[in-house]
Design a protein around this ligand. Structure first.
Ligand code: SAM
Length: 312
């Protein structure tokens, strides 16, 4: 079957609404199709009805961790045949899955949480399907990156998904430096126990005023969303006794937005300090706190209304 004939296929998708009233959705699985199924990122209620239907109807479920997925399926009351497919054995399992699909079986691919292939295994399999001209069908659902973006309050018209930064500090900073010029909102994955370090590096590279958000344990009991400037968000994560626990997705405003934000942050800090201190001292401190230039801080400090203490 060619890619074009797949697109033109009129075989219905499981659960689709067109003219399918009264037809049991499981009966509508396309034979020989790989279903790429999103699963919850924490909240079991987010497993969609169609995901349940597909997982309980396919001949085989390829799972990143069969124990983890086994628990999800048990929780959902689904019994399915599981096969492990993860980063280290994916290459060796591809041929077997292709054979099953070519023989007419429908197969599902899931990972531990969220959407497969998004910082998760599955790419090799999907690339092989593409070469072989075999069909793949998405069962969309949870994705931590999209969940975090949806609540960050930052521009979403364009965004750049970076995923995990390097774990080592020097490499992480170098990568952040490469991203510093990007105008799109940036989206990162990180373990909560490394979040404060990652934010410290981002602060050094992007400046403390860049708008940011961290979504920790999204959809779970301890869900927390920290929003503010990079400096504020880092302070909030550090101040939270549970701030280093669980999983985080963090979002950073793109380059275009930080100028106004940095200016506003500098003006705010200068305003506070200049009310108490001579302009030069206020400017020096404000520059150290915000990362702005001393010259810009002094320009603002010396323009504070008369009556402020001033020495220059
Ligand atoms: N494929 C998954 C998806 O669609 O979201 C992501 C897999 S990646 C290996 C796991 C990372 O996603 C975690 O380290 C964390 O950065 C992020 N993540 C997963 N669940 C999360 C949650 N409940 N809250 C915040 N971030 C989460």
């Amino acid at each position: 079957m060619t890619a074009m004939s797949e697109i033109a296929s009129s075989t219905p998708v499981a659960g689709e609404t067109d003219d399918q009233a009264g037809v049991r959705p499981g009966a509508l699985l396309r034979p020989g199709t790989l279903y790429v199924v999103a699963t919850p990122i924490g909240n079991m209620g987010d497993l969609s009805p169609r995901a349940r239907e597909v997982l309980s109807s396919v001949a085989l479920v390829c799972a990143e961790d069969t124990r983890h997925t086994g628990q999800l399926l048990t929780h959902a009351g689904i019994s399915a045949r599981l096969m492990s497919m993860h980063e280290h054995n994916e290459a060796g399992r591809v041929d077997e899955v292709l054979r099953r699909l070519q023989g007419g079986d429908s197969v599902a691919l899931v990972t531990d949480a969220g959407t497969p292939l998004i910082s998760d295994p599955g790419y090799r399999l999907l690339a092989a399907l593409r070469v072989a001209g075999l069909p793949a069908s998405p069962v969309p659902g949870p994705c931590a990156a999209i969940a975090a973006l949806s609540v960050a309050g930052l521009p979403t018209d364009r965004f750049f998904f970076e995923g995990f930064l390097p774990a080592r500090a020097a490499a992480r900073r170098a990568r952040l430096q490469e991203l510093a010029g990007r105008a799109e909102t940036l989206v990162f994955y990180e373990a909560a126990n490394r979040m404060a370090d990652a934010l410290a590096d981002a602060l050094a590279v992007f400046g403390p005023g860049r708008a940011a958000a961290v979504g920790r344990e999204l959809t779970k009991r301890h869900e927390t969303v920290y929003r503010g400037s990079l400096a504020e968000v880092r302070a909030a994560v550090l101040a939270d006794p549970g701030g280093d626990r669980g999983e985080c997705t963090w979002v950073l405003a793109g380059r275009g937005t930080e100028v106004a934000r940095d200016d506003a942050e500098l003006a705010r800090v200068v305003g506070i300090l200049a009310a108490e201190l001579p302009a030069s001292q206020a400017a020096g401190l404000a520059a150290r706190i915000t990362g702005a230039s001393r010259k810009a801080a002094y320009r603002l400090a010396s323009a504070q209304p008369a009556g402020q203490p001033g020495d220059e």
